[in-house]
Design a protein around this ligand. Structure first.
Ligand code: HT9
Ligand code: FE2
Length: 351
């Protein structure tokens, strides 16, 4: 570590539409070849239209990047930050081309997901590989930063957000519910190096929840899933957050704090699926509901990104809280962590 030098930091994210005309082309980019039924697409397009066809994700990424740029400067690190997405402009292929023409030869890549798994980790490797292939000759070397679900700064930001959400419920004894994006159970089974037995995505979400709960002083909590798509006969991680709110109500729970531990910013799955759908269900049932903030706006998030980068610069150490998982996700030029790690699961064609 610290022997190779880097010229830039590439902020690699999912992307989101920035106006009504972007919505369908964006959704087609996201779901190309993935067997998501047309009706699901129409339904999701409707969610975006509630916000004028604008996802907050690009703005939030730009804000976080500005904070990171400041934090780098404060630590005397000279590393320009570039922005590239998988599914919407600025597309990572175009950004990488610009980096090449700016003379960038080696860059660190920060993927905006904390976990392992195909959608959360390996697909970002594919983005890196595709972008380098698109640029061709002279494409910058790209080293992806590691998974950070157990980094003390990620855990601390989430723990404080949960404490603040509980405080908004005036100290009533609310149940804490952690939520992350559901994935097909077959994709979860394939998450992690094959010889480890898989399920790294769900197990890392449970591990992050355990660490955050402990730090926020929460004793009783649940881990649930959200934003499922795909044909109904394919099993995905369960229970769903909205069904779970029903179940808690039946058990006599009166207040819930929801922590979107699976996400780093308030993008559409958070502002629609949680702040509207889940919150509405709680309201219908007469339950109190407070959604914990995502880490994006917390100054510790910028520090986290800079620390992850510093692991590859002179003098940077590795801070992680989980002993259950090794450092993972950090590879060069889009290589998988190991042969078959987080391999994509073939999706059945839909009619
Ligand atoms: C694990 C995971 C993360 C977290 C890791 C990470 O952050 O990368 C994540 C993030 C996100 N997912 C997002 C949006 C969408 N995800 C979809 C579809 C899917 N997501 C999946 C998984 C995940 N997704 C999966 C298994 C599918 C099924 C199809 C497929 O296998 O690809 C679809 C298609 C319609 C639908 O089915 O919902 C959309 C529109 C946005 C942007 C939101 C915005 O615009 O603000 C973000 C940050
Ligand atoms: Fe998604």
């Amino acid at each position: 570590m610290g022997t190779v030098s880097y010229d830039a930091l590439l902020w690699l994210s999912f992307g989101g539409p920035e106006g009504p005309d972007d919505v369908m082309p964006f959704l087609e980019n996201v779901t190309r070849g993935r067997g998501v039924p047309r009706e699901r697409l129409e339904e999701v397009a409707e969610h975006y239209r509630h916000f004028g066809g604008v996802s907050p994700i690009n703005r939030l990424n730009r804000e976080a990047m500005a904070a990171v740029q400041q934090e780098l400067a404060a630590r005397g690190i000279d590393l320009p930050v570039y922005f590239g997405n998988r599914n919407w402009h600025p597309m990572v292929e175009d950004t990488l081309e610009r980096m090449r023409s700016d003379g960038v030869r080696r860059a660190l890549v920060f993927p905006t997901s904390a976990y392992g798994g195909y959608s959360a980790c390996r697909q970002y490797d594919e983005d890196i590989e595709r972008a380098r292939a698109a640029v061709g000759e002279g494409a910058p070397e790209l080293l992806k930063l590691r998974q950070f679900f157990d980094h003390p700064l990620f855990v601390a930001a989430n723990a404080d957000a949960i404490r603040a959400a509980h405080a908004r419920l005036a100290g009533r004894p609310a149940r804490t519910v952690f939520t992350a994006h559901s994935i097909p159970t077959a994709a979860d089974a394939a998450a992690g190096p094959p010889e480890t037995g898989g399920e790294w995505y769900s197990k890392q979400v449970f591990e992050a929840a355990r660490l955050v709960a402990a730090q926020s002083g929460v004793e009783e909590y649940d881990v649930v899933w959200q934003s499922r798509s795909g044909p109904p006969h394919i099993p995905w991680l369960e229970p769903d957050i909205v069904d779970h709110i029903d179940a808690l109500h039946e058990q006599g729970v009166r207040d819930v704090v929801v922590s979107p531990i699976g996400f780093v910013s308030d993008h559409l799955e958070v502002v629609w699926d949680l702040d509207n759908e889940a919150a509405d269900r709680a309201a219908e049932l007469g339950m109190g509901f407070a959604r914990a903030a995502t880490p994006n706006g917390d100054p510790r998030f910028a520090e986290l990104v800079v620390e992850l980068a510093q692991e590859h610069l002179a003098g940077g150490g590795v801070r992680k809280l989980s002993e259950a998982f090794p450092v993972a996700g950090c590879t060069l030029n889009g290589a998988p962590c190991a042969e078959g790690c987080c391999a994509p699961v073939r999706r059945p064609a839909t009619s």
